[in-house]
Design a protein around this ligand. Structure first.
Ligand code: KE4
Length: 437
């Protein structure tokens, strides 16, 4: 039964003001709902697993700020840490104890990270990681995968996922031909294609950057041997393997996807969860590589607000809570419950649908499965996904406004909420197909 009017008068009025002063009325394109239609609800507050919009509509939140809020909105201990840090000042541009503690926790948690640099976003982390890879190897070219998204840095806006895919410009204007020449793209899960790229340029590839679970074309899992194969190819060609764990880091395990899959990259990029909802990114890896970074080495990267005291206070508290609790068992249990519920729904339906997921990440595709690459994901019926998305909002469930994104469970969602999501999903799918019976 629909309960919400997600396109209420207050959100609409705010949207009309917003578009007068900000491109598309938003500060990040996917938030504009262009891929699903309608103007976006403006959110007023979040608490735990719920968000409320300006018109008072409440939603079970499966966006979680696109990943950071693995412990839900407004976690009391994270808020207290931010407030306590703020009372001593908001920023110094000088070393502080807080950033040392966050860095120590990241080094202790992530198998491949011996040394880490904190930045302010996932994009900064990935941009910096490939500059470091190029500086350390003396090579120019980077291999990425179609449908993977590594932020909006020029080198990555080549056949990119997430919003770039949504807007039909997977290779964005403004990226120079020179940059595009140095970015090579291969289909996800296609080791042969990567092998051919190395064969064509055996001395020219600095690194291969990959989302160990691709969560920007929906959710696409690595096939058995794919990540291990990339490790082997990089070793054979003296190239570096970079895991972009901005989404999977501290989500698929405390040590991220690299702990879960047992494959060790040379560099890792992080974001989202490590900021506890505040702006933090990070990149790190082998000490011999990180030594190339200024001020120790010549590869330059800097940031006024890197290691910001409030952000590292939130991030450190988040990692402490993740390390102390039983969060990962709970995330697995809730994720399995959701997958099982949707699987039962799909088994009883002859609709062209499939669900891909792992741990607390998942995606319902409006096409038959399996989904193993961008070409598979791109075949989904995005128009029907848009109808489904609106129906889910009406039924009190907030999903990322694009077929090419993941749904994010948190440790504070309840079993009852997961069951409610499955119920809403079943009704919303039927409504989305309503014109066919
Ligand atoms: P940010 O610069 O948005 O903090 O991180 C870029 C990034 C890097 N790597 C991966 C694997 C990512 O998923 C992201 C950003 N994720 C998107 C959601 N798919 C952010 C949402 C948005 O663009 O508004």
């Amino acid at each position: 039964m629909a309960v919400n009017d997600p396109f209420g008068p207050k959100s609409r009025a705010l949207y009309e003001r917003a578009v007068r002063v900000m491109p598309g009325g938003v500060n990040s394109p996917v938030r504009a709902f262009r891929a699903v239609g309608g103007n976006p609800p403006f959110l007023r507050r979040g608490a735990g697993s719920r968000v409320v919009d300006e018109d008072g509509n409440e939603y079970i939140d499966l966006v979680g700020s696109w990943g950071p809020l693995i412990l839900g909105h407004a976690h009391p201990e994270i808020l207290e840490a931010i407030e306590r840090a703020g009372r001593d000042g908001t920023s110094f541009g000088a070393p502080t104890a807080g950033e040392v503690e966050l860095a120590e926790r990241i080094v202790e948690a992530v198998p491949s990270i011996e040394s880490v640099r904190l930045v302010n976003s996932g994009t900064e982390a990935t941009m910096s990681a490939i500059r470091l890879a190029r500086g350390a190897t003396g090579r120019d070219r980077v291999v990425k995968f179609e449908g993977c998204y590594h932020g909006h840095g020029d080198p990555f806006l080549i056949q990119a996922g997430s919003g770039a895919a949504t807007f039909g410009h997977p290779s964005s204007p403004g990226v120079t031909a020179g940059t595009a020449r140095d970015t090579l793209a291969a289909p996800y899960n296609d080791l042969g294609a990567v092998e051919r790229l190395f064969a064509e340029d055996p001395e020219g590839i600095a690194c291969v950057i990959v989302e160990p679970v691709a969560a920007n074309m929906g959710v696409v899992l690595p096939e058995r041997g794919f990540l291990e194969g990339l490790r082997d190819l990089c070793d054979r060609h003296d190239a570096l393997l970079v895991f972009d764990e901005v989404i999977t880091g501290f989500r698929l395990a405390y040590g991220g996807a690299q702990e879960r899959f047992g494959v060790r990259p040379d560099l890792t990029t992080l974001g989202k969860v490590i900021g506890g909802g505040l702006p933090v990114g990070a990149y790190g890896g082998r000490r011999d590589l990180m030594r190339h970074l200024a001020p120790e080495g010549p590869v330059y990267q800097a940031g006024t607000l890197s290691g910001n005291p409030l952000a590292v206070a939130a991030g450190t508290t988040m990692l402490r809570l993740l390390r102390e609790g039983d969060v990962y068992e709970r995330l697995e249990r809730l994720g399995r419950r959701l997958r099982d519920g949707i699987a039962a729904m799909l088994a009883a339906s002859d609709r062209p649908l499939c669900y891909e997921g792992i741990g607390s990440l998942g995606c319902l595709y409006f096409r038959g499965g399996p989904i193993r690459s961008w070409d598979d994901a791109a075949g989904a019926d995005t128009e029907r996904f848009g109808r489904y998305h609106r129906e889910m909002l009406r039924r009190g469930v907030s999903l990322a406004p694009s077929q090419f994104e993941a749904a994010f469970l948190s440790a504070v969602h309840t079993e009852e909420e997961v069951d409610a999501v499955v119920t809403a999903c079943r009704a919303s799918v039927e409504a989305a197909f309503g014109d066919e019976r």
